[in-house]
Design a protein around this ligand. Sequence first.
Ligand SMILES: Cc1cc2nc3c(=O)[nH]c(=O)nc-3n(C[C@H](O)[C@H](O)[C@H](O)COP(=O)(O)O)c2cc1C
Length: 220
Amino acid sequence: MTGPATDVWTVMSTARTIRRFTDKPVDEATLGRCLRAATWAPSGANAQEWRFVVLRSPESRAVVAKAAEQALRVIEPVYGMTRPDDHDDSRRARTNRATYELHDRAGEFTSVLFTQKRFPTASELLLGGSIFPAMQNFLLAARAQGLGACMTSWASYGGEPLLREAVGVPDDWMLAGHVVVGWPQGNHGPVRRRPLADVTYLDRWEEQAGPTLVTEAPPS
Ligand SMILES: Cc1cc2nc3c(=O)[nH]c(=O)nc-3n(C[C@H](O)[C@H](O)[C@H](O)COP(=O)(O)O)c2cc1C
């Protein structure tokens, strides 16, 4: 499953994270459509207090590379990650290989920093609710166009001061997320998720929903 897709069910169910990219740069028109889709997302009171910072200059990419390097040092012990042996073809090795490649090549790709303005009356979770739908729209628009994308936590794993300073993000704006984009090396594919029946309750906590509600089949 690769290339562009317009059916919304196909787009949503195959918008798998892509961590390995070709050398082909992402053109402005394609990236612009992802950003446009981001602006169609809902936000509390329709405030739209989001700003999207495209990180593309060599200077910006160098900072992203530094943040990625730092993030790798944080996640290696947390996830017990090591660089996989060349001959290891297990799922874990393949995922780790892609993760290392993403971090190693981070400075080569375009990425987007998603920021959200702070409001003293709103919790961070509530404010997150006003920016994460925009990020998801961005990801879906990327998938629809055959573009690959990976959300990263690099701003959280010690990269925030680096990115803040390089970009000049004002103090009252939060770094909500960061997405690397590129043309996929490899395929988009079906996402792997827990069965709907395991995560859906009816009226009361842990009350199982009936089979019709939790059917796995997309509409025909
Ligand atoms: C908030 C958030 C932070 C993430 N941070 C990272 C990250 O730092 N590095 C990475 O490789 N993937 C990151 N991901 C991608 C997730 O690992 C991925 O979405 C998840 O494993 C499900 O895989 P799938 O998107 O391929 O279905 C992040 C995803 C989210 C939602």
